[in-house]
Every structure is written in C-alpha cells, then in structure tokens.
Design a protein around this ligand. Structure first.
Ligand code: ATP
Length: 290
C-alpha cells in the first residue's frame, strides 16, 4: 500500500523550493482541511490540457493578495513561459493548477471543468512537475526513475531513460539500473539529476507539465542536452515554464510577463521584443543589445 504522503510526493519532482519547501508542502497537505475533494468530485482519466484562469485572486494569507483578477487561457499542447521579477507570482500561478492552494476568488478550469470539481488524485495524476531541486531517495536508479509510476515495466523505464539521454551514463555503471543512488549511494551531478527528473516525466507522460527552470547554471554542453530533452518532453502536452533565463524560452509558443500588478504582457517571444515593453527591456539586458 502506498501511503498518502508517497502518493503526493509521487506527483512531484520535488515540491517547492525556498521558503515554501518540500516539508512545508507536506505539512500543508496533511493539515490543510480546505484542500479536499468535494462530494461527488469527478474522477478524470484523461485531460487534454486546456487551462483557463477566470478572474483568479489569491493570497497566501488574509493580509496580502499575491494575484488579482488573473485571466489566462492556455490551449492544450501549448508551451507557455512565465517571466518577470522575482516574487511577482509566477510560481504561485502554477501552484494553483494542481491545487496546492485553492483560489480565493474566480476559478481555474481544465478542459472546461472547474478543478475544484475534479477528484484531486485524478487531477494530480494528469500533471507533472519538474522542480529545480531534484528529489532523489535512497534506492536504485530504476526505482528513482519509476518514482511516479511504481509498476512501470522495465522497457518503459529504459525508454524513458533513453529519451532523457541517461542511457549511456547508466550503461557505463557496473551495476547499471541497479546502482544505488541518493544519500548513501552514488552521488549524481546536477545535470544527471535533471536528466533523471526528465526521465521520470517521460515515464509518467502527463498531459500537463510544469517546469520550474533551474536557476543554477550547468555547463554549456549539459545545458544544451537538457534543454533539448525538455523541449522533447514539452511536445504534445500543455507545458508551463517558470523561466529564469531567456535563452531557454525561445522555443515557447508564448511568453507571459508577470509583474506585481498581474499579467503585463502576453505574446510570442519576437512580438514582445518588438513591443518595446518590459520583456524587450529584459531581453536587451540579457543579450546586451542596449
Ligand atoms: P521567483 O522568480 O523568485 O521564483 P515568483 O515570480 O515565482 O518568484 P512566487 O514564488 O510566486 O514568485 O511568490 C509570489 C509572492 O508570494 C512573493 O511575495 C512570495 O514571497 C509570496 N510567497 C510565495 N510562496 C509563499 C508561501 N508558501 N507562503 C507565503 N508567501 C509566499
């Protein structure tokens, strides 16, 4: 039997960074009586991934609202990157979709269904999250890849590793997929951990993917491989990227600029550069074209 906490963590690559923190999230899930299924909540077995925010307002506490009147529509299969100053609310917007928190006002729907009417476990089974700090547990590489799909057949695990470009690394280890990693096992590099996280998501294959981009830089070669795998992972699913570096969002269909006042700009990368607004300024600073 999987304990409830395991079920929750299986959704995640590692939930929140920084002040929220993984522990905090678990505490929240255990203690927050607000976030639970409504009577007769609908179990969904497949979602297409059309996401709609309708006048969404949210604050972590009563004293301060973080999001006000957010209206946003993401089409199934689209890749959308959120950019903007630190603390503007990019992560918060994405945290509302798997219902880590419930909105205070307005509604979020997926495929036209209010997410509060969907049975939470089935909602979360449709969403994958790749966090910047990859969570590894003590166990084999195989078990770590199969984290979100514990009964996955061996071929699927190997296929996911191949798609995440982990195959040659694993093949070079004397014990291959049986190699122990985590606290007491082999230490993986930042790039290898990220690839493992990507393999988990290929295996889970959710229609909705949330990528919290790593802030710490990897070497250029590793970065390129990971970027490439992420773009492959994003194909054929709705992908929301919490972006910290502009170079990685060139391939996004849309860029949404979030500021403390809400959504300030929304358009394609090139259109926003031409608009000469906030995004154009960010772009010019990062690429020193001032
Ligand atoms: P960054 O680029 O630094 O990741 P962000 O745009 O993703 O920032 P959020 O993490 O969504 O911003 O934070 C929005 C606001 O909500 C900030 O003022 C932040 O301090 C606050 N906040 C975030 N998480 C929590 C939390 N768990 N409890 C209380 N306040 C929070």
């Amino acid at each position: 039997l999987i304990k409830p906490v395991d079920k929750i963590t299986a959704l995640l690559e590692l939930y929140p960074k920084g002040m929220a923190g993984f522990k905090r999230f678990l505490e929240l899930m255990e203690q927050d009586p607000e976030i639970k299924d409504r009577p007769n909540a609908l179990k969904v077995s497949h979602l297409n991934g059309d996401i709609e925010f309708d006048n969404v307002g949210f604050g972590y506490d009563n004293h301060r609202s973080v999001l006000d009147n957010i209206n946003l529509s993401v089409k199934a299969g689209e890749t959308v990157a959120f950019v903007g100053p630190s603390g503007a609310g990019k992560t918060t917007i994405c945290s509302l979709i798997p219902r880590f928190y419930d909105v205070n006002t307005g509604a979020i729907s997926i495929d036209g269904l209010n997410i509060q009417d969907i049975a939470m476990e089935s909602l979360r089974a449709q969403i994958g999250i790749v966090q910047q700090d990859v969570f590894l547990f003590t166990g084999t590489i195989r078990e770590n890849i199969a984290y979100g799909k514990k009964d996955a057949p061996e071929e699927e695990i190997q296929d996911a590793a191949r798609k995440a470009h982990l195959e040659s690394f694993i093949a070079a280890l004397p014990e291959g997929y049986d190699t122990q990693i985590g606290e007491r096992g082999l230490k993986l590099s930042g790039g290898q951990k990220q690839r493992l996280a990507i393999a988990r998501m290929f295996l889970k294959n959710p229609p909705i993917l949330i990528l919290d981009e790593a802030t710490s830089a990897l070497d250029t070669e590793t970065e390129k491989i990971i970027q490439h795998s992420l773009m492959e992972l994003a194909e054929n699913r709705t992908t929301l990227i919490i972006a910290h570096r502009l170079a990685t969002i060139r391939d996004a269909d849309r860029v949404i600029v979030v500021t403390e006042d809400g959504i300030a700009e929304d358009g394609s990368y090139n259109d926003l550069v031409e608009q000469d607004g906030i995004f154009a300024r960010l772009h010019n600073i990062q690429f020193q074209e001032v």
